[in-house]
Design a protein around this ligand. Structure first.
Ligand SMILES: Cc1cc2nc3c(=O)[nH]c(=O)nc-3n(C[C@H](O)[C@H](O)[C@H](O)COP(=O)(O)O)c2cc1C
Ligand SMILES: Nc1ncnc2c1ncn2[C@@H]1O[C@H](COP(=O)(O)OP(=O)(O)OP(=O)(O)O)[C@@H](O)[C@H]1O
Ligand SMILES: [Mg+2]
Length: 457
């Protein structure tokens, strides 16, 4: 099967993992439901295009792999549904119909809205589960799992989301690796496609040529996948001036968004800051830097090392700021819960990330990784790693000994920080019993070369 072969031959480990996970979900669905009980929701968009090819591969593998030839796939037995709309881009509609005919899809075009269309479909057919190309970053994905029953108020069926944990980059890695066709709008700067009324090319891909004509790079060149919806024109309600609750509703409150300023907020995480043992200097220099490039800062918050407090703080900041800076609490200790808090705020899990694992392996070799490096857990499906060679990962050098120490001394609060980016690491121990603190310090010293520590007090 051409897709399976292309992925197996690729050396993109991250893509292989994502592919295998998606195929697993598809095969589970094929085992749980009969073909007649399944449907595939296809609309010619990039996500559903990826899903189409995964479904073909999953079905092929389910049928017994080698004993089934590629020719058996010229007709695809899972009922395919397309909600047609007069406001769809003509390029999207024609791509949907052309693809359906190329791959022998049994396409049901439905011209009513989603809900009543689905109601009629379920009345007329034994459908129990529907495959969708929903991904975690999508506004409708929040709270969904790979298998999620339809929402209350919707006709009853199981939503199956095989690519829920795929990022924008994973989608393009798949399309380009497998060399499958996609709607040509994606070559004209469109990165996520809704209707003709709410979608324009993504301005982040704009190149002004010499005659001042606007031209756009293809969608797969968008560097930061989190901005794939930047070409979606904002709904009217979002642009009502003065309605950003973070700045209050009082008539004289100043809303920097109104002046076209970008707004950031800062969250510093760490019990040490709240205990007063460490002074937060990063916040001040970050604000200075942001101000110097024309950004406004709405708030600096300090949060304790606690998942729920973290999640609540992120929740408060994320809808009203253009960017939220978070630092502290990202190391290997049990008390480092920043990422878990972020994951909770976005309704996703922490999961091993192949690419980050690879990056850490580069930095620290295999000695700290064991079976799985616990530092390589990231919020599933919503994380894009931005590469910057000067950004050191915090505390990798002492990650493993310290996590061991934390397990041995659960009664001691162990904190690690640096006063400045290139400064030495400071490890602090706090506990009720001085004997235990001394024992923990001794245990740490025994793990390292005698001259590894410049000062102990
Ligand atoms: C097959 C199918 C099933 C859907 N099921 C649900 C659902 O259970 N709950 C829900 O709130 N929306 C459901 N939707 C609607 C989508 O979440 C979303 O609103 C729709 O894809 C439009 O996205 P857009 O506004 O980005 O174009 C479903 C859509 C489709 C096509
Ligand atoms: N009009 C539609 N008909 C059938 N399925 C649809 C329709 N709109 C959305 N869907 C389903 O919902 C999924 C998510 O839609 P979404 O718009 O996020 O992705 P996409 O259209 O595949 O790609 P893009 O994000 O580039 O628009 C689709 O992959 C598809 O399974
Ligand atoms: Mg779409």
């Amino acid at each position: 099967m051409e897709i399976d072969k292309a992925i197996k031959e690729s050396d993109d480990r991250r893509l292989k993992t994502k592919y295998n996970n998606a195929i697993y979900v598809i095969q589970r669905a094929l085992a749980l439901y009969s073909i007649e009980e399944l449907a595939f929701s296809f609309n010619g968009g990039k996500d559903s295009t990826v899903l189409l090819h995964l479904l073909r591969a999953g079905y092929f593998l389910h049928k017994g792999g080698q004993s089934c030839s590629d020719r058996d796939l010229t007709s695809f037995p899972i009922r395919t549904i397309y909600f047609e709309s007069s406001s769809a881009f003509p390029e999207i509609s024609s791509f949907t119909y052309d693809t359906a005919s190329s791959y022998g899809l049994q396409l049901d075009s439905i011209s009513s809205d989603f809900k009543s269309g689905l109601e009629n479909l379920l009345k007329a057919n034994p459908i129990k589960a529907i495959f969708l190309g929903v991904r975690i970053g999508d506004p409708t994905a929040l709270g969904q799992e790979q298998f999620s029953p339809s929402s209350p108020g919707w006709p009853p069926f199981m939503r199956v989301n095989p690519i829920l944990d795929w990022s924008y980059r994973d989608v393009w890695a798949f399309i380009l690796t497998c060399k499958v066709e996609y709607c040509k709008l994606y070559d004209q700067g469109y990165t996520s496609i809704g209707s003709v009324h709410d979608t324009v090319p993504n301005s982040l891909l704009c190149i002004n040529d010499s005659s001042c004509n606007k031209k756009f790079k293809p969608a797969y060149l968008l560097a930061d996948g989190r901005l794939e919806r930047a070409g979606r024109v904002k709904k009217l309600s979002l642009s009502i001036p003065g309605h950003f609750p973070v700045f209050g509703d009082s008539p004289d409150s100043v809303d920097p968004h109104k002046n076209g300023m970008l707004v950031a907020s800062v969250i510093a995480v760490g019990d040490e800051i709240l205990f007063g043992t460490v002074e937060d200097q990063l916040g001040t220099s970050l604000c200075r830097k942001l101000h110097s490039i024309g950004w406004s800062v709405s708030q600096i918050a300090i949060v304790q090392n606690d998942i729920d407090s973290m999640a609540e703080e992120v929740e408060r900041h994320k809808s009203t700021n253009d960017m939220v800076f978070i630092y502290g609490g990202v190391g290997p200790l049990q008390s480092d819960v920043t990422l878990a808090g972020v994951a909770k705020a976005f309704g996703v899990r922490l999961a091993p990330d192949e690419e980050f694992e690879e990056y850490l392996r580069h930095l620290i070799g295999n000695q700290c990784t064991g079976d799985r490096n616990e530092m390589a857990l990231l919020p599933e499906g919503i994380t894009e790693l931005l590469h910057h060679e000067k950004l050191p990962v915090p505390m990798v050098e002492i990650a493993q000994p310290l996590s061991k120490l934390c397990l041995e001394f659960p009664d001691i609060n162990i904190g690690v920080y640096r006063k400045c980016r290139n400064g030495s690491l400071i490890i602090s121990f706090q506990g009720k019993k001085q004997v235990r603190v001394d024992l923990a310090v001794e245990a740490l010293c025994n793990m390292f070369h005698p001259r590894a520590f410049t000062e102990i007090n």
